[in-house]
Write a protein that binds this ligand. Structure first.
Ligand code: HEC
Ligand code: HEC
Length: 327
């Protein structure tokens, strides 16, 4: 018969704590990291990527980022559910427990290297509302190693995405260096024909215009700049640089400055360049709203609610809305 007195409680608590310590802190040291078969998509890291992994741990990235996706995370657009074999050879696997930031297990190839350089220097330049701290004190070699590491996350799947980034990057740079008009022609030649002919289905109302402006400030301003000339603070890190929207003026709707073109580019991003895709972050209506905002505010060529149009959306004002204030 055990009596619940101060002594038994003290000894019991200590015993439980010691047991937990051995299970959680000491035990894993003696499990064999090679002991489970690597997943099909697994590959080992290069020396530079290993360097980056050390920095990842040293700078505490794992306090905010996880590296495993569960079934329940699929709604976020996850590419792959994590398996034990994804971590073969890792001591300790950087699973992380806190998801203050997005899961990074499939981060490789999601963005181009220049996006990461700008993002590490100041996350708010590429994502204006980010709470990730700036790592502007890293030496250039450190930024390179960290970028190599995050680009390797996802192993062989990441390699495929990274290869795609580099393939398009070469073309994007060649187009940019050929000249301003050539670049726009190249950009629009890669937008499927149908999208180039679709006008923005929504009229510009004062409210939708304001919404478009807010979305622009929350997602685009760090690269494309407050006046849409591509001179946001991130531009210093980005090549080819963020598009200057005012150059689209002379191309007009026939040259592809349509609502549909804007929608397609914003939804899908431009692989190989720092232009990210927004299909996971912005709902359809928000993409149309920010497209109308960019068209009216910076390009000055607007096809909102133009023919051909379908059945009006139920939420649209019955009376033609007054034009938004001239800015
Ligand atoms: C205080 C928490 C925090 C810390 C520490 C942190 N991050 Fe982040 N990170 C975030 C948040 C929040 C986001 C989402 C917003 C953004 O993109 O900045 C993010 C985004 C990212 C992304 C972009 C993911 C994507 O594709 O959208 C990468 C890559 C990244 N972090 C890497 C790192 C690395 C490497 C470190 C350590 C050097 C680090 N983070 C430290 C919170 C953090
Ligand atoms: C991290 C930087 C970055 C962010 C953030 C960004 N862009 Fe871009 N964007 C670019 C770059 C770089 C290009 C051009 C690449 C080129 O010239 O090859 C581009 C091109 C575009 C184009 C292509 C235009 C055309 O004629 O084909 C559109 C439209 C666009 N951006 C809209 C947006 C909108 C809207 C947002 C916010 C929701 C946004 N971008 C956020 C960097 C960015």
């Amino acid at each position: 018969m055990i009596h619940m007195n101060a002594k038994t409680i003290g000894v019991g608590t200590t015993a439980v704590l010691v047991l937990i310590y051995f299970l959680v802190a000491v035990g894993p040291r003696y499990t064999d990291p090679e002991g489970y078969a690597p997943a099909d998509t697994h590959r080992s890291r290069t020396a530079l990527e290993d360097e980056g992994r050390k920095l990842y741990i040293a700078y505490g990235c794992q306090y905010c980022h996880s590296q495993y996706l569960r079934q329940g995370d699929w709604g976020l657009g996850a590419e792959r559910i994590a398996e034990a074999g994804d971590y073969a050879g890792d001591y300790a696997p950087q699973l992380g427990s806190s998801r203050n930031g997005p899961d990074l297990s499939q981060e490789g190839g999601e963005h181009s290297d220049d996006w990461h350089f700008a993002h590490f220097y100041n996350p708010r330049w590429t994502r204006p509302e980010s709470i990730m701290p700036p790592f502007d004190y890293l030496r250039p070699e450190e930024t390179k190693a960290l970028t190599a590491y995050v680009q390797s996350l996802g192993h062989k799947l990441a390699d495929e995405r990274v290869a795609r980034q580099w393939k398009w990057r070469k073309e994007a740079i060649a187009a940019y260096e050929a000249g301003v008009d050539e670049n726009v022609e190249w950009l629009h030649a890669n937008v499927p024909e149908g999208w180039l002919r679709v006008p923005n289905p929504y009229p510009i109302t004062p409210v939708s215009f304001k919404r478009g402006e807010t979305i622009y400030q929350r997602h685009c301003i760090g690269c494309h700049g407050p006046v849409g000339d591509g001179q946001g603070p991130a531009a210093a890190f980005i090549y080819p640089p963020p598009l200057n929207f005012t150059t689209l003026r002379r191309h007009g709707i026939e040259g592809g400055a349509t609502g549909g073109m804007l929608y397609y580019q914003i939804m899908n991003g431009i692989t190989g360049t720092a232009m990210p895709y927004f299909k996971r972050e912005l709902e359809s209506e928000k993409i149309w709203d920010v497209s109308n905002y960019v068209a009216k505010q910076f390009i000055g060529v607007v096809d909102a609610n133009a023919e051909p149009k379908g059945i009006d959306a139920a939420f649209e004002p019955v009376e033609p809305a007054p034009a938004p204030p001239a800015l």
